[in-house]
Design a protein around this ligand. Structure first.
Ligand code: CAA
Length: 262
C-alpha cells in the first residue's frame, strides 16, 4: 500500500439489481492505476462475468478523476524485464476481454491508462468536466495499454496522432464531437446517465447482448469479410434459443418480452 493510502479499499463494488458498479478508489492520487488496482479491477470483472445475475457493469472513479493513468510512482522503478517477468499488464487483457457490457462513467481526468481504460469499455458517458488524453509523451513514454491502437480507431489517425505526440487533452465536448464519448452530462448526472444505459441493456436478452458485444468487438480485430461471417454465425446461433422465440413472439403479440437467458 502506498504511504498516502489509508485502509480504505482501492476498489469499491456495489450491486444495484443486475448492474455492478465498480469505483476506482485512490482519489488522493487521482485513481492512478497501480498494479494492485489493475489486478483488483480484473478480479472484480472476473466475478461479474461469472455471476449470471450480472447483466452490465459501470466503471467510475472516486473524487475528481476517472483515472490519471498508470501509477507513475511504480513506473519510475520498472524495467522491461520486470514487466515481462511479472506480466502485470495481463490484467489489461482481462479487462478488454470482459464479455458483458462495460460502461465508463468518466467523472474527471481520463489520462494515459485512464483514457485507455475508458476505451476498453463499450460505452463512455462523460461529465462536462472530464478530460481525455494520452500524456505519456511527457514522461518519455508512449501509451502502453492500447492507446496507440484504440484512440485512432475511435477518433481517426490525425487527431489521435496529435494527442499521442503532443499530449494535448480533449474536453468532454471534443470527445463527443470526435466519437470518443457517447454523451456528455453535468457532473452530478454522470452516474444517472450511465445507470440509465446499463438498465436499458440489462432489460434485454443476456444471450443477445453477449453475442452483440462479441460481434462488435470483432470489428477491430478482423477484416470485414471475416467479421461479417462471424456476425452471421452469432446471429444464426441465437435462433432456437428461448429468448429468440420469446422476443419475436412478444413483438407479434404486442407485449413486453420476458427474457430467460437461454
Ligand atoms: N500516478 C501517480 N500519482 C499521480 C498520478 C499518476 N498517474 N496522477 C496524479 N498523481 C498524484 C500527484 O502526484 C499528486 O500527488 P501529491 O498530492 O502526493 O503530490 C496527486 O495525484 C494530485 O495530482 P496533481 O497535484 O498533479 O493534480 P493537478 O490537478 O495539479 O493535475 C493532472 C492533474 C493533470 C491529471 C496531473 O496529476 C497529471 O498530469 N498526472 C499524470 C498524468 C499522466 O501522465 N498519466 C499517464 C501515466 S503513464 C500511463 O498511463 C502508461 C500507460 O499507458 C498504461
Amino acid at each position: 500500500m502506498a504511504a498516502n493510502e489509508t485502509a480504505e479499499p482501492i476498489l469499491l463494488e456495489d450491486r444495484r439489481g443486475a448492474v455492478v458498479e465498480i469505483t476506482l478508489n485512490r482519489p488522493k492520487v487521482l485513481n492512478a492505476l497501480s498494479f494492485a488496482l489493475l489486478r483488483a479491477l480484473a478480479d472484480a470483472l472476473g466475478r461479474a462475468a461469472a455471476d449470471e445475475g450480472v447483466r452490465a457493469v459501470i466503471l467510475t472513479g472516486a473524487g475528481r478523476a476517472f483515472a490519471a493513468g498508470a501509477d507513475i510512482q511504480e513506473l519510475a522503478d520498472m524495467t522491461a524485464a520486470g514487466f515481462i517477468a511479472s506480466d502485470v499488464f495481463r490484467a489489461w487483457d482481462e479487462v478488454a476481454a470482459f464479455p458483458k457490457p462495460l460502461i465508463a462513467a468518466v467523472n474527471g481526468y481520463a489520462l494515459g491508462g485512464g483514457c485507455e481504460l475508458a476505451m476498453s469499455c463499450d460505452i463512455i458517458v462523460a461529465s462536462q468536466e472530464a478530460r481525455f488524453g494520452q500524456p505519456e509523451i511527457f514522461l518519455g513514454l508512449i501509451p502502453g495499454a492500447g492507446g496507440t491502437q484504440r484512440l485512432p480507431r475511435a477518433v481517426g489517425k490525425y487527431l489521435a496522432s496529435e494527442l499521442v505526440l503532443t499530449g494535448r487533452q480533449l474536453t468532454a465536448a471534443e470527445g463527443e464531437r470526435f466519437g470518443l464519448v457517447n454523451r456528455v452530462v453535468p457532473p452530478a448526472l454522470v452516474m444517472d446517465a450511465a445507470r440509465e444505459i446499463a438498465d436499458r441493456i440489462a432489460a434485454q436478452s443476456p444471450l443477445a447482448v453477449r453475442q452483440a458485444k462479441a460481434a462488435l468487438r470483432a470489428v477491430y480485430e478482423t477484416p470485414l469479410a471475416q467479421g461479417l461471417e462471424l456476425e452471421r454465425q452469432r446471429f444464426y446461433a441465437l435462433f432456437g434459443s428461448e429468448d429468440q422465440r420469446e422476443g419475436t413472439r412478444a413483438f407479434l403479440e404486442k407485449r413486453a418480452a420476458v427474457w430467460k437467458g437461454r
